[in-house]
Design a protein around this ligand. Structure first.
Ligand SMILES: Cc1ncc(COP(=O)(O)O)c(C=O)c1O
Length: 394
């Protein structure tokens, strides 16, 4: 009998979350649509265990389609269990809310995804939660910020606009010494390239909208926890009434089956394009931890087994109009939110607008590129003509 704990990640993505013998031999767990679930008698209906979130009892708690996705992601990442939510942001909200109460103190990395900050400032603060932003590069020194009323440390590594790598094992060591849980937005690392639980993470939050689904057609959050924090998180999700459609779970699980080949290919193309950009006269710096020489490279190499295809490009100072001309002239890069799909994207980013604990002075305008599955040479040609347009406009 195969020991499931020893399986490599590509075997897990092919096999986890399916049980064909249970579904008439069908390879993929079918789409189960359900609100009401019927029970054979009063005793079995009344005897339901409220903390057993992996059996059918009412549609809001999921169906076999939901459970299949949750099980596959948890197994790939090496966590205890997972819960699917309607968006990545809903995953962040539920995870933070699970540790929020009036008088609680929560530490948030200054580099977080802006809507995370928005939720903390606009929703948690008015309820009496003390939100403190910290330098993402703080490492072990986070110990000095932890107070008796601290209930959680929230990280995002790397930050999805500035690509600063956090030393998660060091932060976790400091937080755990005071029995504080560490919550991490691991969307960039994915459960494929970052086995969060081996690095001290207690709760790992994914925008499944990105690489897990992978095809720009699903909104999804997936939060994975260790055993200790499973019920804390899962009960909060239940209390907030979050649930996800089985069709979306089916699509996300279909995406997960190919996450390995997609991510390896996208990483290879991203590296090629990032290196080409580094050599361009218009570029000041490329923010990509997978590049040798990036300030986060050592941590990335130590903790991750690969890199997402999302990175930043700081241009040498140039007019706003010229940067806009560059982005507008790109044919193969779409302009739009999100990332992790099969298609390339380019946006301008302004992280300096949101920092509060630290300063972000990159020295020039920042572009964020997501590299999809197109041929990288075509993408390079597109960027090359984009730079020509930038010079004409600038
Ligand atoms: C780092 C990061 N976390 C979370 C999210 C939120 O995901 P969603 O768009 O599914 O709400 C995003 C979305 O862009 C993101 O970039």
């Amino acid at each position: 009998m195969t020991d499931k704990k020893k399986l490599k990640r590509d075997t897990i993505t092919s096999h986890a979350g399916r049980d064909p013998l249970r579904f008439d031999g069908v390879v993929n767990t079918p789409v189960y649509r359900a609100s009401t679930v019927l029970f054979p008698d009063v005793e079995s209906y009344q005897g339901r265990d409220p903390d057993d979130y992996k059996v059918m009892r009412y549609g809001i708690y999921g169906t076999p389609t939901t459970f299949a996705l949750e099980e596959a992601v948890a197994q790939l990442e090496g966590g205890h269990a997972a819960v699917a939510l309607p968006s990545g942001l809903a995953g962040i909200v539920a995870a933070l809310a699970a540790f929020a109460r009036s008088g609680a103190h929560i530490l948030i990395a200054d580099s977080v995804y802006q809507p995370t900050r928005n939720f903390c400032d606009k929703r948690l603060r008015p309820l009496g939660v003390d939100i403190e932003y910290y330098d993402p590069l703080i490492g072990l020194a986070i110990a000095g910020l932890i107070r008796p009323e601290t209930t959680a440390v929230f990280c995002e590594s790397p930050g999805s606009h500035t690509f600063e790598m956090q030393d998660i094992p060091a932060i976790a060591a400091a937080a755990h010494a005071k029995d504080i849980p560490v919550l991490v937005d691991t969307t960039w690392g994915t459960p494929y390239f970052f086995r969060a639980f081996e690095h001290g993470v207690d709760i790992s939050i994914h925008a499944g909208t990105k690489y897990i689904s992978g095809h720009s057609d699903v909104m999804m959050g997936i939060v994975v926890t260790n055993e200790r924090y499973w019920l804390t998180l899962r009960r909060a999700v239940a209390d907030y009434g979050y649930c996800v459609s089985p069709d979306d779970c089916y699509l996300a699980l279909r995406g997960l089956r190919t996450i390995g080949v997609r991510m390896r290919q996208q990483q290879q193309s991203a590296l090629k394009i990032a290196r080409w950009l580094q050599a361009r006269p218009e570029v000041l710096r490329v923010l990509y931890p997978a590049l040798e020489g990036d300030p986060g490279h050592t941590i990335w190499k130590r903790d991750f087994s690969g890199a997402a295809s999302l990175f930043g490009v700081i241009l040498k100072p140039v007019s706003d109009q010229a940067v806009t001309a560059l982005v507008d002239s790109l044919d193969l890069f779409g302009i739009g939110s999100s990332w992790g799909g099969f298609e390339s994207l380019a946006i301008r980013a302004y992280p300096e607008k949101y920092r509060s604990a630290t300063q972000w002075n990159p020295g020039g305008p920042l572009l964020r590129l997501h590299i999809g599955l197109e041929d990288p040479d075509d993408l390079i040609s597109d960027l090359e003509q984009g730079f020509a347009q930038m010079h004409r406009a600038g």
